[in-house]
Design a protein. Structure first.
Length: 514
């Protein structure tokens, strides 16, 4: 069969299809950023002791994303992209409604996983639909048209989430997806072309049964450390041990099937290997620490969720400045010169975050977030391009899957690791513990514990300042860990190609996720 011919310009038909994709993808991107600003509210309203437990509302979602990404390509061939895309939106909306009914943190975490199963399919499916509609030659221009609205998600998400929490309740950050989902399903039914399913290779069930629970158990063990107080607790060791064993078995097994869940054979390509390792370290460092910033604004500075969301806007604005620029430069300059520059900018911003105190100037904080956004925008897209550029045509889809999964694993691991460090630092401060105990007793209408009142009386008027100073120090330590990871990321990025290699991928664009 000859390849389909595409017009040279972006026509109205393609823009209509792109509109359906943008609706679904923005809904998923908004949801991730909306929840980030709501974590302190979850901790308060659902009566959760440890922040690392609350962070599982993010980890469960991103783990579900990573779980469903490799299934998506197989399912799209078998059932059709239009049908599967509308089903994914429906599953996402169902998960959103369930999240709004959550009665405790465990229920919310479980329902977030359901939501993530739908959200995980929206990203790669959307890119597949656009590639088929526009053709590989027009994808660059189409992404330039769509890039700005896609970048608005990280800016609008925290603001929308904060406003909904302040004006109504945390339930509405999930219920808002219902009208958006209905609109997206209706519009998709009208504008997306009819399906023509072509069943392809069999699905790797064994790989799925090894990788997904293995990764979940491994990260669960890490997130349990603050609760147990030690890594040597039986609960931690057993869950992490079983998880690590399942992941190791998957690595050994994955070289046997012809179409494995994650094709580790691709690591024979040096550029892809360096890019994946760089992306993994970058994701853990950047996304893990970024999760804490709205919490700092609310816990230490006493900001309302809406104000915390507004204060996060400079990070998204910074990314809006450099992401289109990096996308244009990547066709002219080698990625080995672009990515290290982006990582260096991130390091400058991260060092700024390590100096946070309870009274740090807002001008400094907002400037730091803007710098972080500049670095992120100059790093993400070039990393994807570096990984996929040297792959053969038939390897690009599997390479996209590998990179998307790596990004989600990094986000999950970052949320778990950085929240563990932050929580452990808080536990080291008796003053923070006393302040929390007094606040909890006040909310419950009961008398504060005697030990907490004794600490408060000993410090007198300095009690609140010392508590906030210790809390700010906990954030600072977590940001220092992230800064160290950014340094390691920069070292690996120096191994990326310094020469502008020819593109051997056959023109297929990567399925990029946020």
């Amino acid at each position: 069969m000859s390849a389909p011919e595409y017009p040279s310009k972006i026509d109205a038909a393609v823009l209509k299809i792109a509109g359906a994709v943008v609706l679904g993808m923005i809904m998923a991107i908004l949801d991730i950023t909306v929840v980030n600003v709501a974590l302190p509210t979850f901790q308060e309203k659902l009566d959760v002791e440890n922040y690392s437990t609350v962070a599982w509302t993010v980890t469960a979602y991103t783990l579900a994303l990573a779980t469903v990404i490799p299934i998506t390509g197989w399912a799209a061939d078998r059932f059709g992209t239009k049908r599967l895309y509308m089903t994914a939106i429906g599953l996402f909306v169902l998960g959103s409604v369930l999240c709004a009914t959550a009665w405790n943190i465990q229920a919310l975490i479980a329902f977030r996983a359901i939501q993530g199963l739908g959200g995980g399919m929206l990203m790669p499916l959307g890119m597949t639909i656009m590639t088929r509609a526009a053709g590989p030659e027009r994808m660059g221009r189409l992404m330039a048209v769509l890039g700005v609205p896609m970048l608005l998600g990280p800016i609008a998400g925290p603001i929308l989430g904060g406003w909904l929490i302040d004006a109504a309740s945390w339930h509405w950050i999930f219920l808002i997806n219902v009208p958006l989902g209905i609109l997206a399903i209706t519009y998709s039914a009208i504008v997306l072309p009819k399906d023509s399913p072509e069943p392809s290779e069999t699905f790797d069930v064994i790989g799925m049964l090894l990788m997904s629970p293995g990764l979940a158990l491994l990260l669960y063990g890490v997130s349990t450390i603050p609760t147990t107080g030690t890594v040597w607790d039986t609960k931690v060791l057993v869950t992490m041990g079983i998880g690590a064993a399942l992941v190791a078995l998957f690595v050994v097994y994955s070289f046997k099937p012809r179409h494995p869940l994650i094709d580790l054979r691709l690591f024979k390509d040096f550029n892809l290997t360096v890019s994946v390792v760089t992306m993994l370290l970058f994701g853990i460092a950047f996304f893990g620490s970024l999760l804490l910033v709205p919490t700092y604004f609310q816990v230490v500075r006493g900001e309302l969720p809406l104000d915390a969301g507004l204060l996060m806007a400079p990070q998204g604005l910074g990314a809006m400045v450099t992401m289109p620029l990096a996308g244009a430069l990547v066709d002219r300059l080698p990625v080995g010169r672009i990515v290290p520059t982006g990582v260096l900018v991130i390091l400058i911003g991260m060092i700024g975050l390590t100096r946070v105190e309870y009274d740090t100037s807002y001008a400094v904080l907002l400037g730091t977030l803007f710098v972080l956004g500049l670095g992120m925008g100059g790093t993400m897209m070039p990393l994807f391009t570096a990984a996929l550029r040297t792959l053969k045509h038939d390897e690009v889809a599997r390479g996209s899957t590998l990179l998307n999964i790596t990004q989600q694993i990094a986000s999950s691991a970052g949320a778990a690791i950085i929240s563990v460090i932050y929580t452990n630092q808080l536990k080291d401060s008796p003053v923070v513990g006393a302040a929390q105990a007094i606040a909890d007793a006040k909310d419950a209408g009961s008398a504060p514990p005697a030990w907490a009142m004794q600490i408060a009386q000993e410090l007198g008027t300095k009690f609140e300042v010392v508590a906030k100073t210790d809390m700010a120090h906990a954030f600072s330590v977590a940001f220092w860990v992230s800064a160290g990871l950014v340094v390691v990321t920069g070292v690996f990025s120096l191994l990326l190609p310094k020469k502008h290699a020819a593109d051997t991928s056959g023109g297929e664009p990567p399925m990029v996720m946020h």
